[in-house]
Design a protein around this ligand. Structure first.
Ligand SMILES: C=CC1=C(C)c2cc3[nH]c(cc4nc(cc5[nH]c(cc1n2)c(C)c5CCC(=O)O)C(CCC(=O)O)=C4C)c(C)c3C=C
Ligand code: FE2
Length: 419
């Protein structure tokens, strides 16, 4: 995600940002952003953390209208995990667990130790922009006799041509995205959640990802993926018309999800040996953008990643400058009846497979108002007509309803369980 779009770790607060960039969104998105010291989330939100330098001190409050970890730029590290409820845990077990997890999330994101199962792993660090974003899988609603409250966007994704999905590495009753600018801080948070879940829910799958470390580039820019492309430039921005309607659940969704979202997760392996055999100019035609500065093909030199995309531009031979099967043409909202989503993915690199190729790629994460109108139509199109798809394997998948943010004293999912 573009750090220039939401400069969460620069000391600019969410309120200050939206005052200039997204006034119409203040009510809908006025939550969940870090400053070097957070200032704008009410009583207690501005407390300076006890440990850590500038990067360590950056804090994203847990409480707010939306869960943190949606609108903020990606942190340098992520842990993704899903848990399954234990047989018999039921609704009471779930409620207790979500209360414990919410209390813990509030403490850890403030740079305080956990009250239960603290193992001192992150003792010397500040919160490092830690965010914990929780989601509910479709199966959770059956296990807790809440099937009548399952939101319609949680219907299973269709299978797409080329899918090679491992169910053991996807889905799950409860999902958490843990982002932080320090690996120990993220792993610590996951371990504490896991210990606190003992007897109520068990870890189903876990994976780790990474993006650019803040300050690594001379100026803020969108992170590159493992194919070397600047990835995330044309994401919807808070100042765009219809941003909230793209990302957050609308009036067509159950009341308990108001202010929430849906998250689609795909573990997408990149066939890097094949990709890297392709000359750079052909790689650029596969995506439709330059590798050097991320500008769309046909943009003037130095135009940069945010230059407007002209899908109708023709070259001297009359052919399309951005090829017919270029990823950005096939994925564009204009080619998909307006379907859009907020992508917030991370790279992963987990060693080598048996054939010696890297087990590496993208942990694709996209927040949206309804996957049936966002991810599904776009992926249906990509799986058939995208030049990039021959370099990719979708290996795991999950769809989660992401409840709204948590008020002080509340817990995540309270509207579902008590509404
Ligand atoms: C179903 C949705 C999408 C999947 C899956 C997906 C996978 C994927 N994408 C890249 C790299 C890039 N994607 C870019 C743009 C882009 N991608 C999607 C959707 C999916 N991508 C959209 C909607 C867009 C924006 C299109 C537009 O309106 O311009 C880009 C260009 C830069 C950018 O805007 O982000 C890159 C690069 C990879 C490597 C990948 C799977 C591993
Ligand atoms: Fe993409």
């Amino acid at each position: 995600m573009d750090e220039t779009a939401a400069p969460a770790r620069t000391g600019v607060t969410r309120r200050a940002l939206l005052g200039t960039a997204g006034a119409g969104l203040v009510a809908g998105a006025g939550a969940g952003v870090a400053g070097a010291v957070a200032l704008d989330r009410g009583p207690g939100a501005g407390t300076a953390p006890a440990a850590g330098g500038a990067l360590g001190a950056a804090r994203v409050p847990f409480h707010g209208e939306h869960q943190a970890g949606i609108l903020e730029p990606q942190q340098a590290r992520v842990q993704l995990a899903a848990f399954d409820l234990a047989d018999g845990a039921g609704r009471d077990g779930l409620r207790g667990l979500l209360r414990r997890w919410s209390r813990t999330a509030a403490r850890l994101t403030a740079g305080e130790p956990a009250e239960e199962f603290e193992n001192q792993v992150a003792l010397d660090a500040g919160p490092c922009s830690l965010t914990l974003t929780f989601g509910f899988g479709a199966t959770l609603f059956d296990r807790t006799a809440l099937a009548d409250r399952r939101p319609p966007g949680l219907e299973p994704l269709p299978s797409f041509p080329g899918d090679a999905l491992d169910p053991a590495r996807g889905d799950g009753d409860l999902f958490v995205q843990i982002g932080a600018d320090d690996a120990l801080v993220a792993v610590h948070a996951l371990r504490v959640l896991q210990r606190q879940a003992a007897g109520t829910a068990a870890l189903r799958w876990q994976c780790a990802g990474f993006a650019r470390t803040p300050g690594a580039t001379p100026h803020p820019m969108t992170s590159r993926n493992l194919m070397g492309q600047i990835d995330g430039s044309n994401n919807p921005r808070p100042a765009d018309d219809g941003f909230a309607a793209t990302v957050f659940a609308g009036a067509d969704q159950p009341a308990w999800l108001a202010g929430g979202s849906y998250l689609v997760f795909r573990r997408i392996r990149m066939l890097l040996d094949h990709w890297e055999a392709l000359p750079p100019d052909r790689q650029e035609r596969v995506i439709g953008r330059r590798k050097s500065d991320g500008a769309p093909l046909g943009a003037p030199a130095g135009a940069g990643e945010h230059a407007p995309v002209d899908l109708s531009a023709q070259g001297p031979d009359g052919g399309l400058v951005i090829p017919a099967d270029a990823h950005i043409r096939v994925a564009a909202p204009a080619a998909n009846g307006g379907a859009a989503m907020l992508r917030r993915g991370f790279s992963y690199h987990d060693g080598l497979l048996a054939d010696g190729s890297p087990d590496a790629g993208l942990l694709f994460l996209a927040f949206q108002a309804d996957p049936r109108k966002g991810f599904t139509p776009v992926q249906r199109k990509l799986s058939r007509g995208d030049g990039l798809s021959r370099f990719l394997r979708h290996e795991a998948s999950g769809v989660y309803a992401v409840p709204p943010g948590v008020p002080e004293g509340g817990y995540v999912g309270q509207q579902l369980l008590e509404g």
